[in-house]
Write a protein that binds this ligand. Structure first.
Ligand SMILES: C[S@@+](CC[C@H](N)C(=O)[O-])C[C@H]1O[C@@H](n2cnc3c(N)ncnc32)[C@H](O)[C@@H]1O
Length: 264
């Protein structure tokens, strides 16, 4: 049963995700599908898209997804080549957009998954740290980055207390906060990122900005997480000393923010 599920997840998920992305171009269809999946999947699971019944624990759910296919769960790609290509595209067009990365920098990825982004970024900086809530994702990340001497991986429970204050030049988080069931958990990372960044350090992150999915305004699952309005992001980053430089992609699944931390 477990191996049948693994087979289906690896083989069918990419096609189903593509179909889902085509269908969701029509807003009413997107809203109907999202409502049904959000309301049904925590209890019955949707074998392909959700991959597992949600246990309600972020750690357990991501461990389970990683065991089925870390590649698919972390990157959405069906092959190693697809994952490599999507990492490069993501770095160029999203994560490093507007940031002039320096080779002396120490950087952090929150929710590094199997290390698909950490690996190429590590070639451009002095040290590349990754934290993740899933031990299984980190095991696969260690394998993937074993030739990269400057990659350091850490297990987290949702905080950054393994790092001292003002340690990083750049913190980024891609495709992670979109899966958070509660806003306070996202804001905890805002607070922690402000603490671990050097003065003037840059935080680049994305959230699900489809605030019209109102049933996910305050509570989500560990796959379809909470949705945000740009003002909420701006206000909460501001609370911890960030100055928001730009927010793009409002009302989309991929709402990106760049913020700079101002300290003493
Ligand atoms: C869709 S994957 C994205 C992985 C990676 N950022 C990438 O783009 O290749 C989401 C990752 O976030 C991690 N994650 C989920 N909740 C987390 C939390 N509270 N703290 C840290 N990592 C978390 C998951 O374990 C998973 O590896």
């Amino acid at each position: 049963m477990a191996s049948a599920r693994k087979f289906l997840y690896q083989r069918l998920s990419p096609a189903l995700v593509r179909l889902y992305n085509v269908l969701r171009r029509l807003k009413p269809v997107e809203m109907a599908m999202d409502f049904l999946l959000t309301k049904l999947s925590p209890n019955i699971g949707t074998p392909f898209l959700e991959s597992t019944h949600s246990t309600g624990s972020m750690e357990k759910d991501w461990d389970n997804r990683a065991r089925l296919s870390g590649l698919m769960a972390a990157t959405g790609a069906a092959s190693e080549e697809g994952a490599d290509a999507s990492a490069l595209k993501s770095l160029q067009t999203r994560i490093l957009k507007g940031t002039d990365l320096k080779e002396t920098w120490v950087v952090l990825e929150i929710g590094c998954g199997i290390g698909n982004l950490l690996k190429p970024i590590s070639a451009l900086v002095r040290e590349a740290h990754g934290v993740d809530i899933s031990g299984e994702m980190l095991r696969q990340a260690a394998e993937r980055t074993k030739g990269c001497a400057n990659v350091v991986l850490h297990k987290t429970e949702g905080r950054l207390d393994m790092f001292p204050d003002s340690f990083f030049d750049f913190v980024y988080c891609s495709g992670v906060f979109i899966h958070f069931p509660e806003k306070t958990l996202v804001y905890e990372y805002f607070k922690e990122s402000a603490r671990v960044l050097k003065p003037g350090g840059v935080f680049r992150l994305n959230v699900d900005g489809r605030s019209y999915l109102t049933w996910r305004s305050n509570k989500g699952g560990t796959l379809r997480g909470v949705v945000f309005k740009p003002e909420e992001i701006k206000q909460n980053l501001g609370k911890y000393g960030f100055q928001v430089r730009d927010i793009t992609g409002a009302e989309s699944l991929d709402m990106w923010t760049t913020a700079v931390v101002i300290k003493g």
